[in-house]
Design a binder for this molecule. Sequence first.
Ligand SMILES: Nc1ncnc2c1ncn2[C@@H]1O[C@H](COP(=O)(O)OP(=O)(O)OP(=O)(O)O)[C@@H](O)[C@H]1O
Ligand SMILES: [Mg+2]
Length: 498
Amino acid sequence: MPNDIKKTEITYDTLNSHQLQAIYKLTRQLASLGYEEDILEAILEDLIDETGAEVAGFIHYDPETDSFVPRTLKTRDEQKPDSIEFSQTVFRQVLESKEAVLTFDTRSDQNYAGTRSVIINKIHAILAFPLIINQQVYGILYFDSRKNRQSFNESARQFLSFFAAIASLALEQVRYKRQIENENILLKSKLENEIRFPTIVGESPVMTKLFRIIPKVALSEASVIITGENGTGKDLVAKAIHDASPRRGQPFLAQYIGTIPATILESELFGYKKGAFTGANADKIGLFEAVNGGTLFLDEIGDLAQDLQAKLLRVLQNKEIKRLGENTIRHVDVRILAATNKDLASMVKEGLFREDLYYRLNVINLIVPPLRERIEDIPLLVQHFLQKENSGNPLTIRREALKMLMNYGWPGNVRQLENIIKRASILAMDSEIKESDIQFDESVKGSKSSEYHGTMEEIKNKIIRQRIEQFKGNKTQAAKSLDISLRSIQAKSKELGI
Ligand SMILES: Nc1ncnc2c1ncn2[C@@H]1O[C@H](COP(=O)(O)OP(=O)(O)OP(=O)(O)O)[C@@H](O)[C@H]1O
Ligand SMILES: [Mg+2]
């Protein structure tokens, strides 16, 4: 090392009271700053004055590319920062020694004489010291002066070395704080994700797949049809989609369509003007308006009357509604989720459901699997419902009783399981549910587990056969009771030879 480059040995005796004061002031200032950029800015601002340098800068060291990247620059005169060239030689020196480097009269120094930077800027004096984070050189604070060479002395070197330690600490703290904050944000969002589906219990592959799809579906604005048998959890899925969507801060409303008379349903959905019909004593806003900005869940969409199907289509196409008895067009921004346990596609074929509406609604189709296809979730669900019944001191269930539940066919799906657990909790004589406490509800259609053995096709055929028998061969009635078309039941019975 050339003799005019001095390595720092800190002996604090050389610090004068002015420098000590500057350190005190800066230390206090740094403690109040929360961002790395602010800290670097404050350091350079103060130290450029303190040292009398003309140029000061923070140069970040990137260990990946082994390169120096100037990040924050300050100049005393009006020199434009981009015309400054730094001495890479000094940077290397600092990087290797991890200590402050002070050099005077660079023109006579072999290390610097040939370099472009010296020739261009005629650097007379350089003071550079490392900022060290986690024992690695994070960057270099760099001061150079052509005019105030005399102030780049031993005392300044000591002062800056001392200061470097404090600045490094301040940076380390801030980075640590940021890291914790980021982790915090991550954890919070993770937690939110978990809170989002608090009641959808399930670990089976089919449910896991559904849980993975829900957040993706939630982020899109597309309409969704949730299909699944009775009691599979379609309502829960709809709520989960809303809660995971950007609309979660906005209202979520569910409207059951099922057996509600069309006129009542229409005034519920669209609202009305006073006097629109007998009994309309005041203006009333409908659900589309009430839920504006949020999500409307239409349950049992398959039951929607034909003329309301047309009206719903208009809402989906134009995002506009008209209250009953009014001509004013109102703009609404509502995401529609719909659920059905019917086969809408065949309803379309049979002319019972508008094809255009079907395609508008069915942008995404989520299928909630029946409980018999996720038997492995039963222990978890049972535990969940027992907890729901008595969160403080939940009952337990005997293994044999649990086995019984796992061997059942579950025509009423999760809702039926929930009811059976509720009943068993009441019947249980002590803190444990036994086989005798479990009573399957035989009124739920086809509830004997044996009926549900076999493939879906076999089960379907079995049900159709039973139903035709039940109605003594009247296929129209059998079709109606199963909510399928006469045509499809005729085809099926021909296939089955009945
Ligand atoms: N995976 C689940 N975890 C916890 N509870 C569930 C789950 N699935 C359903 N439930 C519960 O079962 C009951 C029925 O669920 P839900 O109302 O969502 O079913 P559905 O498919 O909408 O039924 P329907 O076809 O009759 O409208 C509710 O009490 C619900 O909380
Ligand atoms: Mg429902």
